[in-house]
Structure formats: C-alpha cells, structure tokens
Design a protein around this ligand. Structure first.
Ligand code: OAD
Length: 244
C-alpha cells in the first residue's frame, strides 16, 4: 500500500479530520512563504514589520508592507491544494481547517469551516478600546498613502497576529478542542516551528490521532508524523482526493 493509499484509508475511516495549513499551501498560488528560498523573512526583518513595537515606532512602514502584500495576494487565485481541502470538507463527515495564513484563499476556494488563527490581511482593527473590525477588501476609496483611521479617530492596524502577540483565545480554544478529538490531523505546507500552532501535532498524537504531513521538504515534525506525503500540496492533495 502506498503512503497516499494509507493516508486516504485513514481519512475514510476517520469520524473527524482536522487540517492545519501554512504558507506552503499558497506557494503554488504565487504567495511567498516566510522561510526557505524566496521567503519573506529572508528579505525583510520581522522585528521591523510584524511586531507591536514596529507598529508603534513606524506605523506607516508597517502599513506599506501590508499594502504591498495585499497587492500580491489580490492577484492570487486558490490552487488545486486549496480546492481539494474545500472538497474534503464537503465529502468527509466532519472536517475543520485551521490556517496560519492570512490570505483568505481557503474561503475563496469554498472552505466554510475555517479558523484563521493568525487573522486576515484584508481586515483592519481599531487600536483603541472600540476594537472595531473593518473589511478593507472591497474598499475602492482606500488611500494607500495615508494611515487609515477608525471612525472613532484612532489608528487602524492590520487584523493579523504579530510576533509577541497572543492568538484570539476563543479561536485557539476551538482549534485545541478539535485537535484533541480528531482521528486524523493533516499538517500541510508549514515549517511547524511557530507556536502555539506548532504544538498542535504533538497534542493530536497524544490524543490518539494519526498525523499526516504534506510538505515539499523535511520539517521538525517529519520524524514524528505517521505518514509523510512528500511533494507540493497542489499535487498531493488532489491525488489524495481522487482516492476518496
Ligand atoms: P513557512 O514559510 O515557515 O513554511 C512554509 C512551509 O511550506 C515550509 O515547510 C516549506 O517546505 C513548505 N512548502 C513550500 N512550498 C510548498 C508546497 N508547494 N507544498 C507543500 N509545502 C510547501 O510558513 P508557515 O509555517 O506558515 O506568522 O509560517 C508560520 C508563521 O510564521 C506564519 O503564519 C507567519 C510566519 O512568521 C506570523 O507572521 C505571525
């Protein structure tokens, strides 16, 4: 039995499946990953662009970086990997998708049960107490030369999780509960080193789940995974879907 057949059999037998995705799933859509060749953290310093201190120091520089990333993401379309995951949701009895990506491509591909653990790049959020969320995706009047402000007057910031910040606790609780009760955990296109998400595969294993890794390269998770499917997720996931 090939590893793909074993993974398909595990998915078919599972009452509950959870998938965790990282930047690798969107690589074939043209969205750069963070680490590895061509990764954003090879060209930019996270400390200057993706921390609360960086935003306090230079909010315009941070906004400019997010505006640039939005232009890259605006041109990106879901790839066959995103589409296969949307199809898993329709075909498997219980399927939840946890993503570290902020690009919104899973929803665009048709996934409905998605928890965006690191936020969404198209949303902004008020930095003051009003805590208002603003969807800026379809805002043709958005001026990308001026700092955006909330209707309360305070600065808006990208509604994403930065280094040194906690994840939304309700989202993380839901994710944790799902991981603790799933039969199969798919871990796709993530370097599996950024916490707290990096702790979820070991948690799934402790609770009896089979862990299936899909990645083009080895990661710290590889030696602990029950099944390793080596290859681009845009190829591997459709192959898995065909076996269901
Ligand atoms: P990384 O850039 O760290 O890792 C991307 C992973 O995808 C690597 O393991 C690659 O080998 C793999 N990969 C690349 N192309 C692939 C493909 N076509 N198919 C399958 N795998 C592929 O991205 P993340 O793990 O998502 O957080 O990074 C986690 C977090 O660190 C991000 O959410 C972001 C980042 O800093 C914040 O900004 C808070």
């Amino acid at each position: 039995m090939s590893d793909l057949d074993r993974a398909a059999a595990a998915l078919e037998a599972a009452d509950k499946v959870v998938a965790i995705t990282g930047a690798g799933i969107s690589a074939e859509s043209g969205v750069p990953t963070f680490r590895g060749s061509g990764g954003l953290w090879r060209r930019y310093r996270a400390e200057d662009l993706a921390t609360p201190e960086a935003f306090e120091r230079n909010p315009l520089l941070v906004w400019e970086w997010y505006w640039w990333r939005r232009t890259v993401i605006a041109d990106a379309k879901p790839n066959p990997g995103h589409l296969a995951l949307a199809s898993f949701e329709r075909r498997l009895p219980a399927f939840l998708l946890l993503t570290q990506n902020v690009d919104g491509l899973h929803a665009e591909a048709g996934s409905r049960q998605v928890i965006e653990l690191h936020g969404n790049i198209w949303r902004a959020r008020c930095t003051a107490e009003c805590d208002r969320r603003v969807d800026q995706r379809h805002d043709p009047s958005a001026d990308v030369t001026k700092l955006p402000r909330c209707s309360c007057g305070a600065l808006l910031r990208p509604d994403v999780v930065w280094f040194g910040e906690g994840l939304d606790s309700r989202a993380l609780d839901r994710a944790t509960l799902a991981v603790q009760s799933c039969a199969v955990l798919l871990v796709i296109g993530t370097s599996a080193i950024v916490y707290p998400v990096a702790a979820l595969p070991a948690m799934a294993k402790r609770h009896g789940a089979a862990v299936v890794e899909v990645n083009v390269a080895e990661t710290p998770l590889t030696s602990h995974a029950d099944i390793v499917l080596r290859g681009p997720s845009g190829v591997v996931l459709p192959e898995l879907e065909r076996r269901l």
